[in-house]
Design a protein. Sequence first.
Length: 394
Amino acid sequence: MDTVTRFDPRISGLSQQVKDLHDPQLVYMAKARDVRAEYIDGALHLYRHEDILAVNKHPDVLGNGGRGGSFGHDGRLIPLEIDGPDHRKWRRVLDPMFSPKRVGLMEEQIRELARGILEGVRADGGGDLNDLLCTPLPCQTFLSLVGAPLEDLEFFLEFKEGIIHPKGETTEEIDANMAVAGGKLLEYFDTFLKEKRTRLDEYDDVIANLMRAEFDGEPINEFDLINVLFLLLFAGLDTVTASLSCILAWFGKNPDRRAELVTEPDLLRVAIEELVRFESPVPSGMRYPQTDIDLGDGLIVPADTQVNAFWAAANVDPTYHADPLRVDFHREKLSHMAFASGIHRCIGSHLARLELKVAVGETLRILPEYDLDLSALTYDNVAVRTATSIPVSV
């Protein structure tokens, strides 16, 4: 693999084609229906649900291909970029910390945060929901999750943008800018972990519990703790921000459907699953097969191919989903790949669902008739689909 030019999905042709579209689902559905698979910039793009599922579940497919260096950090993110037996060991350590029961303990705290923000928006007569709610709420939840002080919120808001949405026109420029932000976060995490160890008995957060845990019979070292923190930073901050922003923007564009949910709040759980499917905040993910994979009908994925699995296309694949462009609050088959699939399925999916349920529910309760300024609504669909501006009046 070292001799193969690394594919960068951030600057690939398809990412650039949809980068600011309000409705990239139209492009993704056409890809799944008419193309199925194609090579773009040296990577095999897969668009259909069943093909991607087969690759994700294949035992000889790696989630990272032995690479690291994601998000401005040289280490391999745990467990996302770990494969084989070590991945299974890490999941056994981490999964209980993100179980529905465990994350459920945070529900009232998240609700109070959301309620305070939304009541402020109502008192002010409106504002930008991305800036006021979608961005800070997941960040505050992340700080609580790892036991970091809430007064560090502004620091994380500043540097997570440099990590997840770095500026640049080429891979080299993007990586260089990302590395600057990554270096700042690395310094913060190093100090944060050292201070936490000195008062470990005072904490009951994920990182404190990892400090007390073992991996292969040994205490978990600082380097691995930082690799977990970088993953939680990405998964806990930006993907929830992106999901929430897209959902609230969609309700702003579809006030009749919003009214339906206000009238029937019991539909909230299905509505969120449907909107996460439809919006697919993380459009794709890379996979690295170690052997040839026969997907049927003449489609072979060669060993050592860089595969860009397009979750966003799979989620609107008309060969799998009935009427995929319709957001159906009564859809019976709720299967989707917004949280990936296979062994690398998102470790924080239960927490993400909880945050979305609480934040969307509180928004519909406190701002049931918010009016979205459609002329000022903007999206960024590169790497993570986000409604970057959601100006509303109430």
